[in-house]
Design a protein around this ligand. Structure first.
Ligand code: GRF
Length: 213
């Protein structure tokens, strides 16, 4: 039976769109935003995906918001919860409720540059390689087990915008691949908390080649 996913967004939703257009081996049960004006909600509706808004502004604290969000998510009974530009820090209770089922994409080569403004910080440090990471979410922000990464060169005349564009192109490539692996049960966490391919048993999270199939 096909697995199902719920995608959480806060804004533009270009990663969500990449997932919707990737012909994944799963059903997208819903797209949920914490912002009613998130552009991505319109894209989801255009793809005839059910949408919901749970505004963090309607709740006094993180715990109450996360409880309300979890209730809406659980109504769709997804196998996986996919964060795609969801700009809220989640409580440990929320993260633990979806242990092994909550996935995020981050615009840096983790563990470097967790947090915000990753492209600005990479340029400031003068790194020559930057990129993006898909990982399982754990209570430790931007530190969960890595599923896949893609690297891009940093050019001398890059601005945060040009670098972000190059990285985003890779995000749209690796996120569908990670979700495909998950929905096909092709990856698992080993005893050391590393992501491995189920049938090959090697730690395999880095793919830089243009062919991801
Ligand atoms: C992406 O760069 C993603 O890695 C980060 O937030 C951005 C969201 O962009 N978490 P979009 O909404 O998917 O276009």
């Amino acid at each position: 039976m096909n697995k199902s996913i719920v995608i959480l967004i806060s804004g533009r939703g270009s990663n969500m769109e990449a997932l919707l257009e990737a012909k994944l081996p799963c059903r997208v049960a819903a797209v949920i935003s914490n912002k009613a004006d998130a552009e991505g909600l319109n894209t989801a509706k255009a793809h005839r995906i059910p949408t919901a808004v749970v505004s963090h502004r309607d709740y006094p604290d993180r715990a109450d918001f996360d409880t309300a969000l979890a209730q809406v998510i659980d109504g769709f009974q997804p196998d996986f919860v996919i964060l795609a530009g969801f700009m809220r820090i989640l409580t440990a209770d929320f993260v633990n409720r979806y242990k092994g089922r909550l996935i995020n994409i981050h615009p840096s080569l983790l563990p470097s540059y967790g947090g915000l403004h990753t492209h600005e910080r990479a340029l400031h440090d003068g790194v020559k390689i930057h990129g993006c990471t898909v990982h399982f979410v754990t209570p430790d922000l931007d530190h969960g087990p890595i599923i896949i990464q893609a690297a891009v060169p940093v050019h001398c005349h890059d601005t945060p915008q040009t670098l972000a564009k190059r990285v985003l192109h890779e995000e749209h490539r690796i996120y569908p691949q990670a979700i495909r692996w998950l929905c096909r049960d092709q990856i698992e966490l080993n005893e050391n908390g590393r992501v491995v391919f189920r049938h090959r048993k090697q730690v395999g999270h880095a793919l830089i080649s243009p062919s991801l199939e």
